[in-house]
Design a protein. Structure first.
Length: 115
């Protein structure tokens, strides 16, 4: 029995060792608790271990596996949900469909206006 327990423990260590994560903080635009829920729920995806967006600072703290998802992809997921970042713009149609309290002040260069 001890032998089996040792093997199982070893396998958990090997699998855990291969799961390297990074923690990053990035600014994601938003206003309220609905924005917080939308951003964090959008990041409930493969490769993201934890996402926590702070309403006051507008900073997203994200723990992710860079072998499964990049920081740029994480920002694009937020933008598809309606929330621009310093480096990723949001489509005007998505932004326009946000609840009125969620319409944050967004720099003009971060809105994609389709013609």
């Amino acid at each position: 029995m001890k032998y089996l327990t040792s093997i199982i423990l070893f396998l958990f260590l090997v699998v855990g060792y291969g799961q390297k994560t990074k923690t990053e903080s990035i600014t994601i635009y938003g206003n309220c608790g609905m924005c917080k829920d939308r951003i964090e729920n959008a990041l409930d995806i493969v490769g993201v271990k934890d996402a926590n967006w702070n309403i006051d600072s507008k900073v997203l703290r994200v723990v992710y596996n860079p072998s499964k998802i990049s920081l740029e992809e994480i920002q694009r997921v937020c933008a598809k949900a309606g929330h621009a970042s310093e480096n990723t713009s949001v489509d005007a149609s998505v932004y326009d469909n946000l609840h009125h309290c969620c319409k944050y002040e967004v720099p003009e260069n971060l809105i994609n206006k389709k013609k």
